[in-house]
Design a binder for this molecule. Structure first.
Ligand code: NAP
Length: 241
């Protein structure tokens, strides 16, 4: 098996995910570009390779069991193991989404992608991660999922959101449960917030660049063996639940 570190980034065709792939690739890692659309995936892989990254395309829709199973097979055949999984793919479900008017379909879509999608991909990749000497799982969350921040007067909490923010709270809770189950293994799993970055997700209203947003994921992907697990971090350090 290759000595080169193997990573998979979901939703890596654009935005923060693309920059995470670029940042991990700059470390000399082999990076799977997980993306559901053929053309966006292939053009991201081409752009990354032009920048010197050892990138390969991984067709991947996180809401689709068959697609996720095929992605795990592709990585097994290519590398035989996985060292780092970055669960970055996410959607808001569309705004506005006030609790009093939200369409249940919007709730389901946000949870299906942002929570169940992460569980689906993580569980499919776990057998490959268990073969790594230092497996890391990074879940891209958001400080809008922090109930402490949401209930702190004056704190920056984003728009009222029935689906997106609670889906990230749910994701944080799931991250903690994974950390509990995986304690005693060498797998470190953490949630990270990229900050408010200018991407498609928010109509490019964010104030940080996607590259700046990628930094926390890269930090959590490269934690030392005695690093934290079951935590929630942004660039400034631990984020309150
Ligand atoms: N931007 C921010 O300010 C901000 C703040 C906090 C947290 N985050 C989180 O950071 C992550 C990346 O967001 P971003 O801002 O970079 O958004 P983005 O530019 O909209 O990118 C989202 C990525 O997720 C992919 N995706 C969505 N549904 C998918 C599915 N079912 N299967 C596979 N891929 C799927 C998208 O693929 P397609 O191109 O095919 O749609 C795209 O590659 C998300 O988890 C988001 O919640 C972002």
């Amino acid at each position: 098996m290759s000595e080169q570190t193997i990573a998979l980034v979901t939703g890596a065709n654009k935005g923060i995910g693309y920059e995470i792939a670029a940042g991990l690739g700059a470390l000399g890692w082999s990076v799977g570009v997980g993306a559901r659309g053929d053309e966006p995936r292939e053009s991201a892989v081409e752009k990354l390779r032009a920048a010197g990254v050892d990138a390969f395309g991984v067709p991947l829709d996180v809401t689709d069991d068959a697609s996720v199973a095929a992605a795990a097979r592709l990585i097994e055949e290519r590398a035989g193991r996985l060292d780092v999984l970055v669960n970055n793919a996410g959607i808001t479900g569309g705004m506005p989404q006030t609790p009093t008017t939200v369409d249940p379909a919007v709730m389901r879509a946000a949870v299906e992608t942002n929570v169940i999608g992460v569980i689906r991909v993580t569980n499919a990749m776990l057998p490959l991660l268990r073969r790594s000497a230092s497996p890391r799982i990074v879940n891209m969350s958001s400080t809008v999922g922090s109930l402490t921040r949401q209930t702190t007067p004056g704190a920056e909490t984003g728009p009222i959101s029935a689906a997106y923010a609670p889906s990230k709270t749910f994701l944080n809770a799931v991250t903690v449960q994974y950390a509990k189950e995986l304690s005693g293994t060498n797998i470190l799993i953490n949630a990270g917030c990229p900050g408010f970055c200018a991407t498609d997700l928010n109509g490019f209203r964010g104030v940080r660049t996607p590259e700046q947003g990628a930094a926390i994921a890269i930090r959590l992907a490269t934690l030392p063996d005695d690093g934290p697990t079951g935590g929630f971090f942004d660039d400034a350090g631990p984020v309150p639940w």
